[in-house]
Design a protein around this ligand. Structure first.
Ligand code: FE2
Length: 416
């Protein structure tokens, strides 16, 4: 072999190496999926658009959100406004996955916005829309439930929730039943797909999520760190909606305070959490309706009344619910349908708290006692969602089944 071909071969190898290094440094092209909405600020004037992409965050372009008050057909350049987002990863996630977040504030209340999210390399979502919540006294409808999973029943109930033209979804824990095992990410992907495809309003709007934690969000690792103990919940919801806390609250319009609590999965009932609950309720006495959303019921419809989670809630939280006149507690975990009497310390009281639940938004309904439990007004073994209509004069609660049938309803007049 002469010297010239050898030199060419050497030069060729060097060039290939340089090309490979250049390619490795370039952003990876990956299309958005798992698109969902949270709030990290006032729901009347902000939105947090989340989506996932395949690839390492360090190699991905920064996420972009293009939005407008008119539909623009999906061409990013056609939208009047845009903002840049941030990228994160879940440590030790089994595949390369970037969590993209674009938060926007300064929006107009009660306004429909149209948007695309993504980046020029990987492409953008199709045009999607959402509606900001009212800032004042206007009526608000939301749906709530927990114990969801990815079953055919889940899909039917999500579709029923969509038919209600709800403006947000309040989820009371046990969301995808992955038990904090990040290697089972495909189930979460299916969960987001189900929610996105089925829980849409009549005009196609997406429905923001407000999510409390349940026992099936945590693994059995020895850790107090939510990012280790409940990695999916923490990274998919917690870091955005609550800065990593598992108990938090949000004012919704003028009439609603919605409090998410942790029934002992990361934070114990007592101590810092119950102190925070007391402070939050005391500081919001002027808000007409104060709702709590959490997983394990204080007044269960299937499990024993003396179950540890139920008992701890009654010991550490119920005195504050009563003292500060909580309007309603949305409970879950028991996989049945229930509505309590108005209760104070377990006894019927016209000035008491309403407890409704009990988390059967896709899981198999569990049996209830043949006779109605003394603290309950209604109990049934039935898959359902609760549809809640709030206005300045009253709250209406309606349990809706898989076929859209009304399973229970209750009308509660405003007290203050
Ligand atoms: Fe549960």
């Amino acid at each position: 072999m002469t010297l010239q071909p050898l030199a060419c071969k050497f030069l060729g190898a060097r060039l290939s190496l340089v090309l490979l290094l250049l390619l490795a440094a370039l952003p990876v092209a990956a299309a958005p999926f798992n698109v969902y909405l949270l709030w990290d600020n006032d729901p009347a004037t902000s939105i947090a658009v989340n989506y996932h992409t395949e690839g390492r965050a360090s190699k991905m372009p920064d996420p972009e959100l293009h939005y407008d008050v008119q539909p623009r057909g999906g061409d990013p350049a056609a939208y009047a406004n845009h903002s840049m987002g941030t990228k994160r990863e879940i440590p030790e996630f089994p595949v390369d996955r970037t969590l993209n977040l674009a938060s926007v504030t300064g929006l107009q209340p009660s306004t429909t916005y149209y948007f695309v999210a993504g980046d020029p390399q990987g492409g953008y979502t199709v045009e999607r829309s959402f509606r900001t919540l009212p800032s004042g006294d206007e009526p608000i409808r939301f749906v709530t439930g927990g114990d969801i999973n990815v079953s055919p029943s889940t899909v039917r109930l999500l579709a029923q929730a969509g038919k209600q033209d709800t403006i947000f979804g309040a989820i009371g824990g046990d969301i995808a039943y992955v038990n904090g095992r990040i290697w089972e990410f495909a189930t979460w992907d299916q969960w987001f797909k189900n929610y996105d495809e089925n829980l849409r309003t009549g005009d196609g709007r997406m429905v923001p999520i407000f999510a409390a934690i349940g026992n099936h969000e945590v693994n059995d690792f020895e850790s107090d760190n939510p990012a280790v103990k409940a990695p999916d919940y923490t990274f998919y919801f917690g870091q955005v909606q609550s800065q990593g806390m598992t108990y938090f609250s949000r004012q919704i319009g003028r009439n609603i305070l919605l409090i998410a609590l942790d029934t002992g999965h990361i934070a114990p009932h007592g101590g810092a959490q119950s102190a925070w609950l007391a402070e939050t309720l005391a500081a919001n006495q002027a808000v007409p309706y104060r709702f709590a959303l959490y997983h394990v019921p204080l007044y269960p419809s299937h499990r024993p009344f003396e179950g540890e989670g139920s008992r701890l809630g009654r010991v550490h939280w119920e005195p504050y619910f009563n003292a500060y006149h909580l309007t309603t507690a949305f409970e879950n975990h028991d996989h049945a349908l229930k509505r309590s009497k108005l209760l104070k310390a377990g006894q019927p009281d016209n000035d008491g708290v309403l407890y409704i639940g009990d988390g059967c938004f896709g899981v198999n309904p569990r049996p209830v006692d043949p006779a109605v439990r003394p603290y309950l007004e209604h109990q049934a073994s039935a898959a359902h969602i609760w549809v809640v209509d709030v206005d300045s004069k009253s709250v209406k609660y309606r349990a809706v089944g898989e076929q859209g049938e009304t399973l229970d309803e209750y009308h509660q007049k405003r007290k203050n």
